[in-house]
Ligand binder design. Structure first.
Ligand SMILES: Nc1ncnc2c1ncn2[C@@H]1O[C@H](COP(=O)(O)OP(=O)(O)OP(=O)(O)O)[C@@H](O)[C@H]1O
Ligand SMILES: [Mg+2]
Length: 243
């Protein structure tokens, strides 16, 4: 479903190497977690995966389409939850969701059902008529998630989707993510919540300084040692020990 082949990206005219020859293959039906320290290159990787940034070198393929050659076909098969909820301040929540539904040309029944489902799930009923500028951070995140998930494409790409959500919403979103993959769909998401990654994911990749330092199922990462994901993460990303 996702192929990243030797993808690299630098910033500041080459001075900062954010992603360095990264290759990953995410299969259809997988819930794939992407973890790593701050500044490791997760968001940069996700921006290349979603076509927001072009890689300096390497290839990105989604659902059999090449991002550089055929970005629209790629973008039709996924939705994207960014790391910060960029929703338009002067629209009401309802107007924002109508705008997203129009962009995706959702029919009336589909949009109504999807909006009802996520608005009820996140408890947004009472604020939909209010301008987004009056929303708290968590409310913006819930609206951003609702907008992203409305079209329900086969692939969800999510950059730290749990940030800012209250525990009930986190719980419901995790259930929703698992259910999406149980139906044969695919999710690629980054997180700093390691026990979530440990419990929820089919496979996990750990990125550090722009490179994959480990990838596989939890059992594969453990390779016979009965370690938590947290301990594996600490060992694999320990700058002093690795220096
Ligand atoms: N627009 C930019 N200009 C210059 N450097 C950048 C830019 N965006 C990211 N970087 C640098 O690229 C590296 C990777 O950043 P990135 O945002 O991909 O990390 P991340 O793994 O998502 O981190 P976090 O866990 O904090 O979200 C860091 O060194 C960061 O400072
Ligand atoms: Mg990030």
């Amino acid at each position: 479903m996702i192929v990243l082949d030797q993808v690299s990206k630098t910033y500041a005219k080459g001075a900062i190497k954010a992603v360095d020859g990264l290759s990953l293959h995410v299969k259809r039906g997988e819930l794939f977690g992407f973890i790593g320290p701050n500044g490791a290159g997760k968001t940069t990787t996700i921006k290349m995966l979603t076509g927001i940034l072009a890689p300096d070198s390497g290839r990105v393929q989604i659902n059999g389409h090449d991002m550089a050659q055929d970005p629209l076909s790629c973008k039709r098969s996924f939705c994207f939850v960014p790391d910060t909820p960029n929703v338009y301040d002067r629209l009401t929540g309802r107007e924002y969701l109508d705008f997203v539904s129009d962009m995706y040309e959702l029919d009336d029944k589909t949009r109504q059902q999807a909006v009802e489902k996520y608005v009820a799930m996140f408890g947004l009923e009472d604020v939909l008529q209010d301008q987004i500028r009056s929303y708290s951070h968590g409310m913006r995140q819930k609206l951003s998630l609702t907008g992203a998930l409305l079209p329900n494409p086969p692939l969800w790409i999510m950059d730290e989707p749990l940030v800012g959500l209250d525990p009930r919403s986190q719980h419901l979103l995790k259930q929703e993510m698992r259910a999406h993959c149980e139906r044969g769909n695919t999710i690629f998401f980054s997180t700093h919540v390691l026990d979530m990654a440990e419990r929820l994911c089919d496979r996990i990749a750990i990125i550090d300084r722009g490179r994959i330092v480990a990838a596989g199922t939890l059992e594969e990462l453990q390779s016979g040692r009965d370690e938590t994901l947290e301990n594996l993460f600490l060992a694999l990303t320990d700058r002093e020990a690795l220096a």
